[in-house]
Design a protein. Structure first.
Length: 90
């Protein structure tokens, strides 16, 4: 879970850098979709590795960890449009 929390924060940060005008909701949805897709691909990869198995509960834990990391990142982010308003539109 902790690894996916970090991955979620990094995904949200990357999306915020590319789309600074996006709302927190949109950034959160995009970051969660990316990390969930990565978790699913990781589970598919584990299916082909000897000694490893796929587990839907593992994927759920990954997505939950990502959601917590994304929430943590976005709860501390000041959107670019708010910074612009504080600067008087400069």
């Amino acid at each position: 879970m902790a690894e996916y929390a970090l991955l979620g924060m990094l995904a949200a940060n990357a999306l915020a850098a590319v789309r600074p005008e996006a709302s927190r909701w949109d950034l959160g949805q995009g970051a969660l979709a990316l990390t969930a897709l990565w978790g699913w691909i990781d589970e598919l990869h584990q299916f082909g590795v000897p000694g490893r198995s796929t587990d839907p509960f593992d994927l759920a834990a990954d997505v939950l960890g990502a959601a917590l990391g994304i929430w943590f990142f976005l709860s501390r982010r000041t959107p670019a449009r708010d910074i612009e308003a504080m600067d008087g539109g400069r």
